[in-house]
Design a protein around this ligand. Structure first.
Ligand SMILES: Nc1nc2c(c(=O)[nH]1)N[C@H]1C(S)=C(S)[C@@H](COP(=O)(O)OP(=O)(O)OC[C@H]3O[C@@H](n4cnc5c(=O)[nH]c(N)nc54)[C@H](O)[C@@H]3O)O[C@H]1N2
Ligand SMILES: Nc1nc2c(c(=O)[nH]1)N[C@H]1C(S)=C(S)[C@@H](COP(=O)(O)OP(=O)(O)OC[C@H]3O[C@@H](n4cnc5c(=O)[nH]c(N)nc54)[C@H](O)[C@@H]3O)O[C@H]1N2
Ligand code: SF4
Ligand SMILES: [Mo]
Length: 687
């Protein structure tokens, strides 16, 4: 939290209201103080209720990142072998002319050999999903399935509740019981945590459900330290107990749900004893949790994405999302569940992204989780043409994508033409043919949705771009011009794109005046049912899923990789993000890296003793996909049988030039084609 003492303001200083661009549920409003064209500091906007004047430690240091001496300030062209990180500066005109010519030559054969690769380095709708999409749609490039984070849970919510919808975050402060399920809120959802603390001061009980004893788990009243990938079993056992003790809201179930008799039958297969064996927790803990959930009003669940990065992640979210309908928790504004509020935002994506520019073409889709395999595919068969060019922006796939041995091998292909728009020489930028200097949030216009509250935010530029940095939208605008794309939409300015994002659905004047505007969302969205599903009910049973040959009911789907005691890989590994980084962003900011120290593997004293490992030892963590050297920390943050490989370090800061994704797999979740970062078995040995 930013407790820094405020320097006295000069009268000539300007205060510019912007939005935090990072992939974080909190989407804070921030105020930048500018003196003589230089940003002095960024602080939380006290006028924006969800932000409440507070930023996290990372973004409090946004100016340190912006003025970082290693910021890329000119276009760079590769001079050494792929991946060597050797580059020379070139002018924009020369770079853009060459890139346009190279892409045009590939497109003349088959534009599907070109792939954009982007994620949420900025969540801005303009710099993240507007001019870039127009450009690639017009080109006919391969489509990217942007699945690396949230699609298992998002898809599960869509089948169960009808969309990424749920409780309004502010009302968690009024709950009497809060389950913090698969979320290290202190690290990754700080402003929710503040609300949970308010609730607690009024007597609420907080229960954390997480395989790792996180800072959040430490500060809750209870920690249920289950095995990774067993959340659906836990949720089904809770249902079993709700049924057994009749802690049910029969009227709500009758009027607002679908498939109750079938779900009841399913839940009856999951008594606490059976679930306890699967989850690796005491049966009594499950019974107690069921009693608390069944008898406390209002009861709220803050579900987060950590628990859906396993094979059965979709089913687990479906099972948990059924719980509030069983007890009628939705009737109260402080009851229900929240995973994402993203579905409340009326973003006009057709206007921003212009899929009509595909003009009837239907390019293939490549799943970003499987970029390793895609880059190494020789082409042909169902896959289609071999990938010949990649344009990467807002993402650092060499560090964040799973099975990085393959990702690196793919990026190292000398015959692959790679363009990376970046602030810094990341592991991915090191593998580029061209690196193009990008603007940060302090230097460009943007407009935002959020997934942890329901306000739209506008970001105004506070300072001029340093060096020759250009916004992503500007780069794609110029590439479009050089490719001869003359549709009027390619002339829209960044500011005009901000205005198009919501059309008339949000008051532009209000955004310009305050920097944020609240959406009209009812306080208790499902108090009277009204779920936007096909049936209008909370769908315990989904006919749509059954029609696809899937289980229509939620069930426990075991992990792909189960640790086998005495087997080759007896330990499960999870790799949740670090508190002072934002995925792989900020790893190069010295003050934050100092706080994180170095890459660590947390291992339980029992597992460490069995391997002769002490804290501070360098260990080798390995499985069939690769091997990773890291320092061990012997502690009870890890439970027996599970090691925690904290992420997501840049490979080049790792002991042997690798990071934890050397070990993770490219397999996909049951729903939503998502990644399974936390469904991974390993062995650990003293190095
Ligand atoms: N400081 C910080 N904040 C962040 C990020 C960051 O890197 N750093 N990343 C941002 C992004 S992109 C996202 S998606 C979110 C991620 O934040 P969350 O959605 O909270 O997800 P994770 O941090 O991946 O995991 C949360 C917790 O789930 C636990 N977990 C792992 N496997 C399981 C399981 O099988 N069951 C259960 N119940 N729990 C499990 C992990 O140990 C972890 O403590 O946070 C965002 N905010
Ligand atoms: N092992 C493991 N791997 C994981 C996860 C995990 O928990 N464990 N988490 C996964 C999750 S949830 C996610 S969301 C992904 C995140 O993966 P990414 O979306 O790739 O996120 P970052 O690592 O933060 O990289 C974003 C990059 O975008 C750049 N950037 C930021 N703003 C701009 C801009 O305006 N323009 C341009 N051109 N560039 C910009 C930043 O400098 C940064 O290098 O990682 C996934 N990988
Ligand atoms: S990363 Fe999250 S908590 Fe930090 S400033 Fe941005 S939105 Fe707020
Ligand atoms: Mo994410």
């Amino acid at each position: 939290m930013d407790a820094s003492v405020q320097a006295p303001e000069k009268a000539s200083n300007r205060q510019i209201v912007g939005a935090c661009p990072h992939d974080c549920p909190d989407t804070c409003s921030f105020v930048t103080t500018v003196e003589d064209g230089r940003a002095l500091r960024v602080r939380g906007n006290p006028a924006h209720r969800p932000t409440d004047g507070v930023l996290c430690a990372k973004v409090s240091r946004y100016t340190e990142r912006t003025y970082h001496p290693e910021r890329v300030l000119t276009p760079l062209r590769r001079t050494g072998p792929k991946g060597s990180g050797r580059f020379e500066p070139v002018g924009w005109d020369e770079a853009l002319a060459d890139i346009a010519a190279r892409l045009a030559a590939i497109a003349a054969r088959d534009a599907q050999a070109i792939l954009p690769y982007s994620y949420a380095g900025t969540m801005g709708l303009v710099q993240g999903e507007s001019m870039d999409r127009r450009f690639f749609h017009r080109l006919g490039a391969s489509l990217l399935d942007r699945t690396i984070c949230s699609t298992a849970g998002g898809t599960a919510l869509a089948y169960t509740l009808g969309g990424k919808l749920g409780m309004k975050v502010e009302f968690f402060a009024e709950a009497r019981l809060i389950l913090i399920w698969g979320s290290n809120s202190i690290a990754s959802n700080l402003h929710f945590w503040r609300l949970a603390q308010q609730a607690r001061r009024h007597g609420a009980r907080l229960v954390c459900i997480d395989p790792r004893r996180t800072d959040t788990a430490d500060k809750c009243d209870e920690h249920i330290q289950l095995l990774p990938g067993t959340d659906a079993a836990l949720a089904l056992a809770l249902m079993h107990e709700l049924i057994a003790h009749d802690w049910l809201d029969h009227d709500y179930i009758e009027r607002h749900t679908l498939g109750w008799p079938a779900l009841k039958e399913r839940a009856q297969l999951w008594n606490p004893k059976r679930a306890a064996a699967v989850c690796g927790v005491p049966a009594q803990q499950i019974r107690d949790l069921a009693r608390a959930y069944g008898t406390t009003r209002p009861a709220a669940i803050r579900l987060n994405y950590g628990m859906q990065r396993v094979h059965g992640g979709g089913n687990a979210v479906r099972a948990i999302a059924c719980l509030p309908a069983l007890t009628g928790a939705w009737r109260h504004r402080a009851g229900g569940v929240l995973l994402s509020s993203g579905g409340h935002f009326p973003v006009d994506r057709a206007t921003l992204q212009r899929p009509d520019l595909l003009a009837g073409r239907a390019p293939r889709t490549i799943n970003m989780v499987q970029i390793g395999d895609a880059l190494l595919h020789p082409g042909g068969g169902d896959f289609g043409p071999r990938l010949e060019a990649l344009v990467v922006y807002n993402s650092n796939p060499v560090a964040v994508a799973p099975e990085s041995g393959k990702v690196v091998q793919g990026f190292a292909r000398e015959d692959l033409f790679t363009v990376v728009l970046e602030h810094f020489m990341t592991d991915t930028a090191d593998h580029a043919d061209y690196v193009l200097p990008a603007t940060t949030q302090l230097e460009h216009w943007d407009i935002h949705a959020a997934y942890g509250h329901t306000d739209v935010l506008l970001n105004r530029p506070a300072i001029e771009p340093p060096g020759q940095a250009r916004s992503n939208a500007a780069v794609f605008r110029e590439l479009a011009a050089r490719m001869g794309f003359d549709e009027p939409c390619f002339a829209d300015s960044d500011e005009a794109l901000c205005g198009q994002a919501y059309g008339d659905a949000v008051k532009w004047d209000e955004l310009l005046a305050h920097g944020f505007a609240s959406l009209p969302v009812p306080d208790a969205p499902f108090a009277e049912g009204g779920f936007p599903t096909p049936s209008g009910r909370c769908e315990f049973h989904s006919a749509a899923l059954a029609a696809q040959g899937q289980d229509g009911l939620p069930d426990h789907v075991p992990n792909y990789e189960l640790p086998a005691p005495g087997g080759r890989y007896p330990l499960a590994m999870i790799s949740p993000p670090a508190r002072n980084f934002l995925n792989s962003s900020f790893v190069n900011v010295q003050s934050l890296r100092d706080m994180e120290g170095e890459p660590l593997l947390e291992i339980h004293p029992q597992d460490a003793a069995a391997r002769g490992i002490a804290s501070g030892d360098v260990v080798r963590v390995f499985n069939d996909r690769g091997s990773y050297r890291v320092k061990a920390e012997v502690c009870t943050r890890a439970r027996p049988g599970v090691v925690n490989g904290l992420g997501i370090w840049w490979r080049k800061f790792g002991l042997a030039g690798t990071n934890v994704n050397e070990l993770t797999s490219q397999k996909l979740t049951d729903l939503g084609r998502g990644p399974v970062f936390y469904d991974c078995v390993v062995e650990v040995a003293a190095a």
